[in-house]
Design a protein. Structure first.
Lengths: 425, 425
């Protein structure tokens, strides 16, 4: 099945009536995505590995000798079946010096079709292309599907890759809750995983390199395919504004402790601070209690997402927003609490690897991004690079997210060229 | 069962872990409240009428002659059973020239215990007191429980009383939807009501008068019991801010059409406008789409509640807020739409009736309120009055809502005195 057929196959899964995707970890839509991936891996004779942290990897293993291709394929299929029956990810072979590619299949709420899936589908299509070219890898080549990259259900982005490198305590990960109070441990157990087994997985890190292809998310590219230089430092902060719930009709203005007012000031302050520090700052999520038309809220919880080219600029932006929130809270008799939920320092991708990609792709644009990725998480332990596919409108995390079919196929070609270089030399 | 026992009995129904109430129409909590009321009516030998609009009335009918009390009571109990079996509210007798009291049992989200239930419990306790005094009414006395007074589930406040007087089109009422898309028609049908039968009910309006006792909701009283002069005009407006959903990390500030920003400006403008026009204005409810930490929202819907002593002040406040919203929307490339969801003009309660209450109660405080009530809806068709019970903190629509036991019992005494005057003269 070629790129276009795979893409069409995946397209309806988890898509809502407005065209946006809700592919949240361990939901029915997520299971359908995983089943789709499993099927695509099987149809190519790739060995499917379910790692213990909820990530999937489809392996194209090194073939023993010329002519053994068909037998190798049968062995791989058998190993998939064994692994599926045993349900034991640790039974998977350790593949040292492997080249890993892939991305993720989960989405933000009402997200687009490309963020994540483009990297997975392109990786499978690139393997087809390499086989058509008669390439015989000297290193194992894996296509990874990382779990909970968006953090949309459990609040911590790149949770699957963070667990692999030990960037999050397994006990904390097990206890992360979704909006309904379901924990990560409960959700993964319901899908047949053992939540007690999650945690650092050094075997995953004994690889040669990781290359993630991803749709670009700004409007930064004038060529179909580019190479990433860096990921901006970024983080999430939670503000809790606590006032006094009351009647909207009978409570005098002077008697009010309305948390919606300092929240509103904070939204505007975030924009001002971002402009001042050449950052971006967004308050896109808010929970109001009780959220009734005729009730002054008792509390408002709101989240700030901030990113900038430097750690200093992010910190300065958040400090300015905090000051404004506290000042407005003080004026309205509203308590303000601030908690840092996550922070990722600047990521500079592996320079030698990046230079190899630039050479193979004949001088593509090289650019930074404000978006976090599993590649950013792994880059602390593994030589890592990213390819970007052009996004003509710059829209992402929304149903309008788009890359042209021509650019997507150019991305597959580029990824195949890069992988051929990496698995054969 | 006396006031305190009835109060304790009702207290746990629909109460959440934080102490706030969620007694929404046609939910399990609402059914429990209705069952409680039915039981209290039966234990007093009152004839329970389920009207066709979802309201309940427990009738103390005029007794035929001295000594016939017990027989009358038996007859009433029989009529309850017949009505319950037939499920046909129109089978209820028409009771012309009756005196009606009562209030409602539904709540706002996380509301207090007193708003509504105090008027119902006090009415039943007042009947006990009148019987203890040996009062024999010359007019039927009814205790009403109006449906969906808060509009918390279906969005239109005082829906039960509005239907009775024909202030809302029955087809529109049937089609009102809750947050899950369930219609008023579906919800009432699930509880055994015929949604096709709802609509104007002139027989309900052929009564002598309606007196509603309610907890006061500001901090306006220095005596335990007061009498209402007027209800401020008030209304609800919905703002829809439509921007462009996008990625929080990669979208340049200049490329953003973030609807959260004009929403925030509108929240602050509502406060400014209320201060300027001696009104109150509240934005207590907001829905953000998709409401993700790392997504610039595509749209924000937010509700404005505005009240003031005069229609002109309400209109001027809303006009100023609208102007600010549109100005901010224009600056951020965000479309702004405004819709009036409900509007209730100033209610001046029936002056002769009010004067009778003031005389009976020996010159209590007489005060207006910013809160809407079923009494305000009925006042257009029936002589209507209200009694207020003191609220020492002024908190309402929140778990901290409170009236002291002494003040509650003073309210029962006052209501009994007023009803004795009204049913005997």
């Amino acid at each position: 099945m070629g790129f276009t057929e795979m893409w069409q196959d995946l397209l309806p899964i988890g898509r809502g009536p407005g065209g946006g995707y809700r592919r949240f970890s361990w939901t029915a839509a997520d299971r359908e995505c995983r089943d789709w991936f499993t099927q695509e891996a099987r149809s190519r004779g790739l060995a499917l590995e379910r790692d213990r942290n909820g990530n999937l990897i489809a392996w194209w293993d090194v073939e023993a000798e010329p002519g053994a291709g068909a037998a190798g394929m049968v062995a791989s299929v058998a190993s998939i079946a064994a692994s599926a029956v045993a349900g034991d990810a640790m039974a998977g072979r350790v593949r040292r010096d492997a080249v890993l590619t892939g991305s993720h299949l989960d989405s933000v709420p009402d997200g687009g079709a490309y963020d994540g899936p483009l990297g997975v589908v392109s990786a499978l299509a690139a393997i087809d292309l390499l086989r058509d070219r008669g390439v015989r890898p000297r290193r194992p080549l894996g296509v990874a599907v990382f779990a909970e990259e968006e953090g949309a259900r459990f609040g911590v982005a790149c949770l699957g890759s963070r667990l692999v490198i030990g960037a999050i305590d397994p006990a904390r990960a097990r206890g992360l809750r979704d909006g309904d109070g379901v924990t990560w441990a409960e959700a993964m157990a319901a899908e047949g995983y053992d939540p007690e087994a999650i945690g650092p997985d050094p075997d995953r890190l004994s690889i040669n390199c990781f290359v993630e292809l991803h749709v670009e998310q700004g409007r930064a590219m004038t060529a179909p395919v580019g190479v990433a230089s860096a990921i901006w430092p970024h983080g999430r902060w939670r503000f809790d504004f606590t006032g006094q719930g009351n009647h909207a009709g009978t409570t005098l203005l002077v008697d009010r402790r309305d948390p919606m007012l300092p929240f509103a000031s904070t939204v505007l302050a975030a924009r001002d601070a971002a402009e001042r520090h050449d950052a971006v700052a967004t308050m896109g999520k808010v929970h109001v209690t009780p959220n009734g038309v005729n009730a002054i809220p008792s509390s408002v919880a709101a989240w700030l997402d901030t990113r900038a080219p430097s750690d200093a600029a992010v910190r300065a932006t958040v400090a300015q927003v905090r000051e404004a929130a506290e000042e407005a809270g003080g004026r309205h008799g509203v308590e303000v609490a601030l908690a840092e939920e996550s922070y990722t320092e600047v990521v500079d991708f592996h320079i030698a690897l990046r230079d190899r990609l630039v050479k193979v792709l004949d001088d593509p644009p090289v650019l930074p991004t404000g978006a976090g990725h599993d590649a950013g998480i792994l880059s602390a332990h593994v030589p890592t690079a990213m390819l970007f596919v052009r996004n003509p409108t710059g829209v992402s995390h929304a149903p309008e997210e788009y890359a042209s079919p021509e650019d997507c196929l150019a991305g597959v070609d580029a990824l195949a060229d890069v992988l051929e270089e990496l698995v054969c030399r």
